[in-house]
Design a protein around this ligand. Structure first.
Ligand code: OGA
Ligand code: MN
Length: 298
């Protein structure tokens, strides 16, 4: 039986039915999922039962996997390197403490962002699987940056043409008032260049590529660059461009990091367990390289 695709809006977010991701997909089903993904950018696969290996096997259909970087200092983690632990649980699978470092770092997920844009080779897509969810809150919002781009005034589109932003984990941390990075983080994660507007090869659509990690624009004064980034994030996350996902256990949600932003919403994280695991697929090259734009190291 062929998979079903139920769009949530005409062009953004769709639910995929009649599919079991714990088994290898037929070539036709894999192709149908890919086509739906290039069209809708966010896909929801309800009622899945996945072990880590099955989750990763499905993710590998889209390209090579990222290994999660050590952002958490030496804190022991619950998952293997290809799975990002997006839970509120410590390595003993207990709810984290109020003062835990993990809690502080995951606050970054509350800001509108796109995964790994602070890496020279950013993420193509992310696949997040819900193992436990809180009874209230903890939704995830997704913003369509292609629709955001299309809705910009023509003069703004012209102004953005060819601009290169710098993304860095330090910039998104600073937005949270958090300015201490350890030395390893400073050397391993310097600011990286990314196009402010990119074209998605599979459908030729243009998309904004902004995120909380973006902090400067090359060739602009710091203040002006930051103001433009903030203006574009505010524009791209208006209600009409946003889908809110209310999780059910067993949902696997995948999104295209090249043309969407997302953020996690508040919940009572000291009281309820929220156990989410993410597989992340790397993009094929840095966004400037993909666009054929040479960027000098700064
Ligand atoms: C992520 C992320 C938000 C959430 O997994 O990359 O930002 O709602 N998650 O858990
Ligand atoms: Mn994220």
């Amino acid at each position: 039986m062929a998979i079903t695709v139920a769009p949530i809006t005409e062009t953004f977010a769709a639910e995929i039915g009649d599919i079991d991701l714990s088994r290898p997909l037929s070539a036709e089903d894999a192709e149908a999922v890919k086509q739906a993904f290039w069209t809708y950018s966010v896909l929801i696969f309800p009622e899945q039962k996945l072990e880590a290996e099955q989750h990763l096997e499905f993710a590998r259909l889209f390209g090579p996997l990222e290994s999660s970087i050590m952002l958490y200092g030496d804190a022991p983690v619950r998952t293997r390197p290809e799975i990002a632990d997006v839970s509120n649980l410590n390595h003993k699978s207990e709810i984290w403490g109020k003062e835990s470092r993990l809690r502080l770092f995951q606050l970054g997920n509350r800001l509108w962002h796109t995964d790994s844009s602070f890496k020279r080779l950013p993420a193509l897509c992310s696949l997040l699987y819900a193992r436990s969810i809180p009874p209230v809150g903890g939704h995830t919002e997704f913003a369509d940056q292609r629709a955001g781009y299309d809705a910009l005034p023509e003069a703004m589109k012209r102004k953005l043409e060819g601009l290169v932003a710098e993304h860095c984990i330090a910039y998104s941390r600073a937005r949270l008032g958090f300015t201490q990075l350890n030395d390893a983080e400073k050397t391993n994660l310097p600011p990286v260049p990314q196009m402010l507007v990119r074209t998605i090869p599979q459908n030729g659509r243009k998309s904004l590529y902004v995120a909380a990690h973006a902090g400067r624009i090359r060739g602009m004064e710091d203040e002006a660059g930051k103001a433009l980034i903030d203006e574009l994030i505010a524009h791209a996350t208006q209600r009409q461009f946003v889908y809110t996902h209310r999780w059910r256990v067993g949902d696997l949600v995948m999104w295209d990091n090249r043309c969407t932003m997302h953020r996690g919403k508040d919940f009572d994280d000291l009281r309820y367990r929220r156990d989410m695991q993410r597989a992340t697929v790397s993009d094929i090259a840095n966004t400037c390289e993909q666009a054929g734009v040479a960027v000098a190291a700064e």
